[in-house]
Design a binder for this molecule. Structure first.
Ligand SMILES: [Zn+2]
Length: 190
């Protein structure tokens, strides 16, 4: 897995450029938080559940199904509206869903461990991206994180995830600013 910082940064950046303006910061924060939920499954190691089991690490908790459930629960708790499923509701729901999915997608770019069970609970097949897995797998546990290997992992995440994510975010925000300025110009000339 990449570190939790990288998962949170990626999801928060995604929300930062595409969240609706009402409740934007709340959604950015929630997207960052839900993106680290899948790795709560490390508890399976302590419970003696094998890595390759559907309930093991990178199993059910990293699936599209789990992302759907987490997004739905968060919407119910934090963004309950009446009537449900308005356009804004869908926008928030999809961002939350993609934030959890982004976790599995980043894990599938790492060079170690088993792949991600995207299709659980329907299938326990584990997936990695086929040709390109540049991210060094992060050590599990804080002690090993503050080590030479931990530093190498952080560097590989900065290079392969942080920099591209920040560039995309800046590009997205630039585009939004451009659209905003154009709409103001159009209003003035109307
Ligand atoms: Zn993970």
């Amino acid at each position: 897995m990449p570190t939790i910082f990288t998962h949170a940064l990626t999801a928060a950046a995604l929300a930062g450029v595409s969240a609706p303006s009402a409740g934007r910061w709340k959604l950015i924060l929630l997207c960052g938080l839900v993106s680290v939920i899948p790795d709560l499954d490390v508890i399976s190691f302590y419970l003696g559940i094998p890595y390759a089991h559907m309930l093991g690490h990178r199993g059910l908790s990293h699936s599209l199904f789990c992302a759907f459930v987490v997004a739905l629960v968060v919407m119910e708790i934090f963004f309950r509206v009446d009537p449900p499923a308005t356009l804004r509701w869908w926008r928030r729901f999809i961002l939350l869903f993609l934030s959890v999915v982004s976790h599995g997608a980043l894990d599938a770019l790492t060079d170690g461990g088993l792949g991600v069970a995207f299709l659980a609970p329907f299938s326990n097949e584990r997936f990695f991206f086929p040709f390109w897995r540049p991210v060094k797998v992060s050590p599990i546990g804080m002690n090993s994180f503050f080590s030479e290997r931990g530093a190498a992992v952080m560097m590989s995440e900065v290079k392969h995830i942080w920099i591209p994510v920040l560039l995309c975010t800046l590009g997205g925000l630039g585009l939004l600013l451009l659209l905003f300025l154009r709409s103001r110009k159009t209003l003035k000339t109307d």
